[in-house]
Design a protein around this ligand. Structure first.
Ligand code: C2E
Ligand code: CA
Ligand code: CA
Length: 716
């Protein structure tokens, strides 16, 4: 499905050939070394040899693993003792001791065959080439003893041999890592050589000391394990530090820094220009709510579950990183094209559908995924990530799950991001104002209330509707100052009308985020007190979906507002899948039927059933009903006949600037009151016969939308 098999196969063959040739070279070098075997030295000091070999094996089996972007490398403390064998008994014996140790270690860890062969060959080639150089510098094939290692010539040969072993060994590791990640070999070698120079060279430098000590007494030789252990420890600590710098401690996934370097390595790949790759940015949609309601521990637990889910949904070659609070990034190094990247993004979405079991809860998580393709959408890591971010924002805004970067959208998003950065100053500059839409009481034909709808009068872009900046403000910290601004304006306006003899209540829309703000009730009360208004002067609208996003918390906040004496409505009713049982429990006074059911009501039987039943439902729960989006007289009449309590819509009045409200009220009063009031009085209300059946249908619909598990989880 992801088209990586052929590349994987090619890679496997490449590595196989590399390891096989290495093995051949290793054997040749070994055969050569055996020719110079110093049998006398072995005879004389066989006990030392045995002890060294034991120490090589003992220190080989606990390697320090260094995980790098793209590969794994290991530091082993055995180097000290194998180099001591090398000096005292010649390269052939060092090779033998090290091969033995390596075999023991690899078999114990059940490492794959190629890996085991590579490790052995790498030692053979490393000590083999060190041997050649050593003997060249020395001018003979003699082995060293405590006396000889201290001469200038031996010292020079020793240093050169150690350096040769180190460079050859690390180059081979760097090369094989580069081969297996398709990155540039030279860069791979440089990285390994540089990062391990410190500890490896120290371990090699201890070898002559081992020889000198061994010459004095084999008994104190094990004491040398202490400095060896110290070097090993410090290498382990620095490997740990390196790990911490590159990995997220919570999820143990690579962090932003290492994601960027993986991405850069991919961009720098030999075949980069000809093969596309994809960067996917994933943002969890309801993570903040989980954190806020269930606490950080639950949030952390959830985050830990994400990586394995993603890994299971993606090809093995994908790299997954956590690059921010609830943001994850994926690199598909070999995505064949847009479609493959989109398929992977959809697979990610699907993998999160199954609820997460956290403690006693089953949590549902949604994600928005933005995709940017290399090289078509960018050729640097920064640009790719930024474009994936733009696409992710678009996905979020459209309530879609997956979005491929599109430069056209970027222009919009850039405008939106630009707007967002201007919003804070706009609030202070008086560019953000309220329009008001009257709400008609169908029982009396009178307007007692207006709904405040926010508008941004931008000096360049003109009037910007809330849909363009409220959701963006919700995703940032700006929703709070925006809500405060709106509350202040609305209350001030209500005060002004009151002072001029209009007893109009103002209804303000609260964002879902306000329900997470424990200080909202206090803020609302403060506003009212400052303006010297009773709590009945302000109404609040909360959408059904924002209540259902976190019913328990919504209930708490609503109750607090209720205690403060505020009248509250459920906005956009019918779109949020609430449960009846739950609604009954909320201290709200009104249901506002979403305009999508009302606008074309006369052409749509289903809408009629829904609206009629909702009116009835509201009445049964002791609530009033408001129909939004009334665009014609016919719909208005239908609503009056259905005994709806209030109506709002373009047919009655469009949202208008504050100074247009009073004149509109005066004109309206002269015209329409009588018609509405009379019709309401003569209408028979709900037609008998059908309504109970229809009501049952609506109940069925609501219950169907709320499988019991979902309701239980939400309502606890
Ligand atoms: P809403 O609360 O459902 O507001 C009603 C929306 O329907 C308004 O759009 C209004 O202009 C529009 N509308 C009214 N009558 C009709 C009609 O007959 N037909 C049609 N097609 N539309 C009609 P607007 O002003 O663009 O506001 C959109 C949404 O933005 C609001 O939906 C509300 O959810 C949100 N919003 C507005 N002001 C604020 C605010 O101050 N704070 C927050 N958090 N959200 C706000
Ligand atoms: Ca509203
Ligand atoms: Ca609404």
């Amino acid at each position: 499905m992801f088209g990586v098999e052929s590349r994987d196969d090619r890679q496997r063959v490449g590595i196989g050939m590399f390891v096989a040739s290495l093995a051949v070279v290793g054997c040749v070098l070994f055969a050569d070394a055996v020719r110079h075997l110093d049998v006398d030295a072995i005879h004389e000091r066989w006990l030392a040899l045995a002890l060294f070999t034991v120490l090589v094996i003992a220190t080989e089996v606990r390697p320090i693993t260094i995980v790098r972007a793209g590969g794994v490398d290991q530091i082993v403390a055995s180097t000290t003792f194998s180099f001591a064998v090398f000096l005292a008994f010649g390269p052939a014996m060092a090779m033998l001791a090290q091969v033995l140790a390596s075999l023991v270690g690899d078999l114990a860890e059940r490492k794959p065959f190629t890996r085991t062969v590579f490790n052995i060959s790498q030692y053979l080639v490393g000590w083999g080439s060190a041997g050649i150089v050593y003997h060249l510098v020395l001018g003979s094939t003699a082995t060293a003893s405590a006396d000889t290692v201290l001469t200038v010539r031996w010292t020079a040969a020793t240093v050169v041999a150690a350096l040769t072993y180190f460079v050859v060994n690390k180059s081979l590791v760097g090369a094989v890592v580069a081969l297996s990640t398709s990155s540039r070999v030279r860069a791979g070698i440089r990285e390994t050589v540089l990062s391990e120079a410190g500890s490896d060279l120290l371990l090699l430098a201890l070898a002559p000391a081992v020889l000198v000590v061994a010459d004095r007494s084999l008994l104190i030789l094990p004491l040398l394990l202490l400095p060896v252990f110290a070097v090993y420890r410090s290498a382990a600590i620095s490997a740990e530090k390196e790990h911490q710098a590159l990995y997220d401690s919570l999820t143990d996934l690579p962090n932003r820094l290492s994601f960027m370097s993986m991405l850069e390595a991919r961009i720098a790949r030999r075949d980069a220009a000809s093969s596309p790759a994809a960067v996917l940015l994933i943002d969890l949609d309801r993570f903040k709510e989980v954190n806020d309601t269930l606490g950080h521990l639950a949030g952390d637990e959830l985050l830990r579950h994400i990586g394995p889910r993603l890994a299971a949904a993606l090809p093995a070659s994908a790299s997954i990183a956590r690059i921010g609070g609830d943001e994850f990034a994926v690199l598909l190094p070999d995505a064949a094209g847009d479609l493959e990247a989109i398929a992977a993004a959809v697979a990610i979405g699907d993998s999160l559908v199954e609820p997460f079991r956290i403690g006693d809860f089953n949590l549902e998580v949604d994600a928005s995924v933005g995709i940017a393709m290399f090289p078509s959408h960018g050729t640097t890591s920064e640009v790719l990530l930024k474009h994936a971010d733009v696409a992710m924002y678009v996905a979020k805004g459209c309530n879609g799950r997956v979005e491929l970067y599109d430069p056209e959208q970027d222009r919009h998003s850039t405008r939106r991001l630009g707007l967002l950065s201007e919003l804070r100053t706009a609030l202070g500059d008086g560019q953000v104002v309220l329009y008001y839409q009257p709400k008609l009481d169908l029982r009396t034909g009178v307007v007692h209330e207006v709904e405040a709808l926010v508008r941004w009068i931008h000096p360049e872009h003109g009037l910007i509707p809330p849909s363009e900046f409220v959701p963006m403000a919700e995703h940032t910290g700006l929703i709070r100052p925006l809500t405060s601004h709106v509350l202040r304006l609305a209350v001030a306006q209500a005060r002004l009308w009151r002072d001029n003899g209009f007893d109009l209540a103002v209804s303000v829309n609260l964002s879902a985020r306000s329900l997470h703000d424990s200080s909202i009730a206090e803020e609302v009360q403060k506003c009212l007190t400052q303006a010297g208004l009773p709590s009945t002067a302000l109404h609040l609208e909360i959408t059904e979906s924002s209540i259902m996003a976190d019913p328990a918390r919504a209930k708490r906040v609503l109750e607090e507002l209720h205690r403060a004496g505020l009248h509250m409505s459920i906005d956009d009713f019918g779109t949020g899948y609430s449960s009846l049982a739950y609604l009954q429990d909320l201290p709200v006074g009104e249901i506002k039927i979403d305009r999508s059911f009302v606008m074309n009501l006369l052409d749509n039987d289903a809408d009629q059933v829904i609206v009629r039943s909702t009116i009835e439902l509201a009445r049964n729960l002791g609530l009033t009903s408001t129909a939004e989006g009334v665009e014609s007289q016919d719909v208005l009449d239908w609503l009056i006949d259905a005994r709806c309590d209030h109506a709002q819509g373009y047919h009655i009045a469009r949202p208008m600037a504050s100074d247009a409200v009073a004149p509109w009220m005066a004109a309206r009063h002269a015209l329409g009151v009588r018609h509405v009031a009379q019709r309401y009085e003569t209408s028979s209300g709900l037609e008998a016969g059908n309504d109970s059946r229809e009501h049952v249908e609506v109940l069925a619909r609501v219950v169907q939308l709320f499988p019991p598990a979902h309701t239980r989880r939400r309502v606890q």
